[in-house]
Design a protein around this ligand. Structure first.
Ligand code: V47
Length: 367
């Protein structure tokens, strides 16, 4: 029966492994990426997705706050970051950040997702105060804040270790770390695109330090620029190894590159085929990651919906205000309502489950 679903015979040995719950190799990852049998790859990914989550598909009622775009890294793929003093550079004051939270106090938000750049001068106390002030306004909300790159930068500002810095941030209200800043763990790509940025070892070390302290994190991969398929597979396998060691990753989020207003605006960004295949391959290679997330802000709601048939079990959340992707040309809305998210999940034949950051169920809609 399965062979009827697989047009590409190269996928049959991988199907056998998936059926037997065997770990896939780097070579398998490459075979999957190189196959043009997208429906076959999606079929395999969905075996894993259904084994883990059945027909349940998760979303969250969240709010994004991008507190500043001032950044010392100058990454070529980024349209959001600005040097201090450059036109378009901004940093929100604590009052402005609190006003963003206060404006949505009437909504049942369970998570606030906070990321910015690596600011050269904001003191560590600013970040601590930001978390404390938000928690004072919304004590029940989970603060998913600061990528591993920001945390390493804050540790430097703080003149302290990553572990002590994370502990101080946790005491101020930090709940978990988002998965940004991982980009692709390839020295070749990083030399070309983001030589100033925290490298792969540093990124993994911050994530694993967080895990050892009992803080969960997510992980991302920016794809569709100059990385090779081998580099994507290697990125995923490095994450899989790290997860074997410390086990704190909740979800993997492939981030579709948006070229507009970046130094790479001559590139196209990934195709629809590539989006779906990358999500499906990540579901298959990252056998120890509980969740694969399609960030609809980057993929568009339609592609995020389709991805639910290609291994994805999570479409992120309501969002309502996002700057990083929209500054890079995203045409997607700024937010989706709960009922829009639920409708797109249901239409894909899945059961919508509103989750909190730690994937505990908030509500399950009637099927
Ligand atoms: O770290 C920057 C990436 C990330 C571009 O953890 C770009 O649940 C596409 O990490 N095109 C920020 N991507 C977003 C992020 C994220 C989003 C949603 C959920 C979670 C999570 C994390 O966006 C950055 C960088 O890797 N990025 N520029 C661009 N032009």
């Amino acid at each position: 029966m399965a062979s009827l679903r697989l047009a590409d015979p190269a996928l049959i040995p991988i199907y056998e492994k998936v059926k037997e719950k065997q770990r896939l190799s780097a070579a398998d990852g490459l075979t999957l990426f190189q196959s043009s049998d997208l429906l076959g790859v999606g079929y395999l990914a969905n075996i894993v997705r259904e084994r883990l989550h059945g027909r349940r598909a998760f979303y969250i009622y969240n709010q994004h706050i991008n507190y500043s775009n001032v950044c010392v890294n100058g990454c070529k793929f980024c349209a959001f970051g600005r040097e201090a003093g450059q036109e378009g550079a901004y940093e929100m004051t604590l009052q402005e950040i609190c006003a963003k939270v206060e404006a949505r106090l009437h909504e049942p938000i369970t998570e606030i997702h906070i990321v910015g750049g690596c600011h050269p001068t904001l003191p560590f106390s600013f970040y601590v105060e930001m978390l404390r002030s938000i928690k004072a306004l919304r004590p029940e909300v989970h603060l998913q804040a600061f990528t591993a790159v920001e945390v390493a930068h804050l540790a430097e500002q703080n003149g302290s270790s990553v572990a002590d810095t994370l502990q101080t941030l946790r005491d101020a209200g930090l709940g978990s770390l988002p998965g940004g800043g991982a980009e692709v763990f390839s020295t070749r790509v990083r030399q070309a695109l983001c030589p100033q940025k925290l490298g792969p070892d540093g990124w993994l070390s911050v994530a694993q330090t967080a895990h050892r302290l009992g803080l969960n994190t997510n992980a991302t991969m920016l794809y569709g620029h100059m990385e090779s398929l081998e580099e994507r597979v290697d990125h995923m396998l490095q994450l899989r190894k790290a997860q074997d060691e410390t086990g704190g990753f909740l979800s993997f989020i492939p981030l579709a590159f948006h070229p507009q207003n970046t130094a790479l605006d001559h590139l196209q960004g990934p195709s629809a085929f590539d989006d779906l295949k990358t999500l499906a391959v990540s579901r298959l290679l990252l056998d120890n990651f509980p969740h694969i997330k399609a960030f609809w802000i980057m993929l568009g709601p339609k592609m995020a919906q389709l991805s639910l048939c290609f291994g994805v079990d999570d479409v992120d959340g309501t969002v309502m205000e996002e700057r990083i992707t929209h500054m890079a040309g995203a045409q997607t809305p700024q937010g989706l309502t709960r009922s829009q998210l639920e409708a797109l999940i249901r239409e894909a034949g899945c059961v919508p489950v509103e989750r909190d950051t730690l994937y505990r169920q908030v509500t399950e809609a009637a099927a």
